[in-house]
Write a protein that binds this ligand. Structure first.
Ligand code: AHR
Length: 510
């Protein structure tokens, strides 16, 4: 059996892992909002103000830190004033990006803010640059966040909300290079500065303005936006126009026209998927390097506000709804992303998986006929990893000759790992990406004494295993027998295609 050593200095704390790296994304797309989060007040499904209570309960268990809304591509055709006031009076529109279906605007600003309050999540509102106006965006900020008396405050109060909400995160357009307006980077940079100027801080509400960033490895886009607020090599701090800059990266196993099935895939396709997922680290490092040139003190945060697997839709479902199943392979895609996020916690401040319910790499799938809810293998990775939120990152040095799996012209690490420490407890996440071989990893724990150890394991006999209403726990966490620490060494054996967490209670430093 392959044997590796993972050296962890428990007393050498790295950058804080921002809890917002565990963020989420809900777009008006397919059954994410309607049928997913929102069923309407008249539904038989238990709800509060139309919001599904079972979905809220499942997500609260993840401690989801923020929720991005209303898109995505939808954000740049969304006009927020259509989604306020009495539901029966709200104008309808066609959701041209996603299925060409009619949108009745029953889920709007008040419903989204109520959802965030129920989840205990910070709202991340994505404004419309592509087909909107500066005034429209500026008014939305005022409507949401201003107290006292003003035209937008009066309108909000007339719609039943007295107090301003707190909205920390504000997106200025989405994918401006594509569905958000097909702009050049230079043109968007100008728009961004103009829009950001009029997204005001009202009262105590401080907006973290987020610029719509690059696709994949388009470093030129990132550089253009950084140049718009700073200059290469100058000692000035970046101008405080936007505080965060995004990029998007999806794991797509095949070419766009034949992305591949979510559940039926061979060994090669499995490894290709994981190798593509692991590439996220190269992209984070690439965008960070560009930003470092213009912002060496890391005042501007890098944000990956769309990530996850993107397969062909499930047979028989609307191609515009992006509904896909979710297997143990997806769980490993998620764990590999989180390891990379933790390693780049100095620059990467937020990430949002696409998307939370019924779309792409979802946490939750709901049955359109029975309305039953299942949580996915990806959900379990978020839950098992939640102890990393706001913890100090710890470097994990994986030693051993045999950690590489060759995948075409790429090399994939057999074991992916990361660790953190908070409140006297360390959490180590370990993924064995090999399909058929177990691996022994000896944790070489230095610098602190470990008092207690416990472990959890997520795996299934088949890597294509997934949860359905008939078998909701086909992939679910189980206890992981890990033994005791001897002389700082803790050997653990990871089964093939598995994800494990090991929690270490540390004795107080004396
Ligand atoms: O998440 C689905 C879509 O992917 C989003 O709407 C868009 O921003 C991206 O292209």
């Amino acid at each position: 059996m392959t044997a590796l050593r993972a050296v962890i200095d428990l007393d050498v704390e790295g950058p804080r892992i921002n809890k917002h790296l565990y963020g989420h994304f809900a777009e008006h797309l397919g059954r994410c909002i309607y049928g997913g989060f929102y069923v309407g007040e008249d539904s038989d499904i238990p709800n509060e103000g139309g919001i599904r209570l079972d979905v809220v309960e499942a997500l609260r268990a993840l401690r989801i830190p923020n929720l991005r809304w209303p898109g995505g591509c939808f954000a740049d055709e969304y006009h927020w004033m259509d989604g306020i006031g009495p539901k029966e009076d709200r104008p309808r529109m066609i959701n041209t990006h996603w299925g060409d279906v009619e949108e009745n605007n029953h889920f709007g600003t008040h419903e989204f803010m109520a959802l965030c309050e129920m989840l205990g999540a910070d709202p991340y509102v994505n404004g419309n640059v592509g087909s909107g106006t500066v005034k429209e965006m500026s008014d939305w900020v005022e409507y949401l966040t201003r107290d006292g008396d003003s035209p937008m405050v009066r309108l909000r109060k007339a719609n039943g909300r007295e107090k301003a909400w707190r909205v920390p995160f504000w997106g200025i357009g989405n994918e401006a290079w594509g569905c958000g307006g097909n702009m050049s980077a230079e043109h968007y940079a100008e728009e961004l500065r103009r829009y950001a100027t009029f997204c005001r801080d009202h009262g105590d509400n401080k907006l973290y303005r987020i610029a719509a960033g690059a696709a994949d490895d388009d470093y030129r886009w990132t550089e253009t936006l950084m140049k718009a607020i700073s200059c290469l090599g100058c000692t000035r701090e970046p101008r405080n126009i936007f505080q965060g800059l995004t990029f998007h990266y999806y794991t797509v196993p095949g070419p766009w026209e034949h992305k591949g099935s979510a559940t039926e895939f061979g060994d090669d396709e499995y490894y290709t998927t994981l190798a593509k997922a692991a590439r996220v680290e190269e992209l984070i490092a690439g965008h960070s390097a560009v930003m470092d040139c213009y912002d060496p003190h890391k005042r501007v945060g890098l944000i990956l506000d769309e990530w996850g697997t993107w397969y062909d839709v499930e047979p028989g479902t609307n191609p515009g709804f992006l509904y896909q199943q979710n297997t143990m392979r997806d769980a490993l895609v998620a764990s590999v992303h989180f390891d990379a996020f933790h390693r780049h916690a100095d620059r990467l401040v937020m990430a949002n998986i696409a998307q939370t319910v019924n779309v792409l790499q979802a946490m939750i799938l709901t049955d359109p006929d029975t309305q039953e809810l299942v949580v996915t293998p990806t959900y379990h990775v978020f839950e098992m990893n939640k102890g990393h939120q706001d913890a100090a990152s710890l470097a994990v040095h994986l030693l051993g000759d045999d950690n590489a799996i060759e995948v075409g012209d790429r090399s994939l690490n057999r074991v992916s790992a990361s660790a953190s420490v908070k409140d006297g407890r360390a959490l180590v996440s370990l993924s064995n990406l090999h399909l058929t071989e177990p691996v022994e990893v000896t944790l070489d724990l230095r610098g602190r004494v470990v008092a207690e150890v416990s472990g959890r394991l997520l795996t299934a006999p088949e890597v294509a295993a997934h949860n359905t209403s008939g078998r909701p726990d086909a992939v679910a966490p189980a206890a992981f027998e890990v033994g005791a620490v001897t002389d700082g060494k803790l050997p653990v054996t990871l089964p093939p295609h598995s994800f494990a967490t090991v929690e270490l209670a540390l004795t107080p430093e004396g």
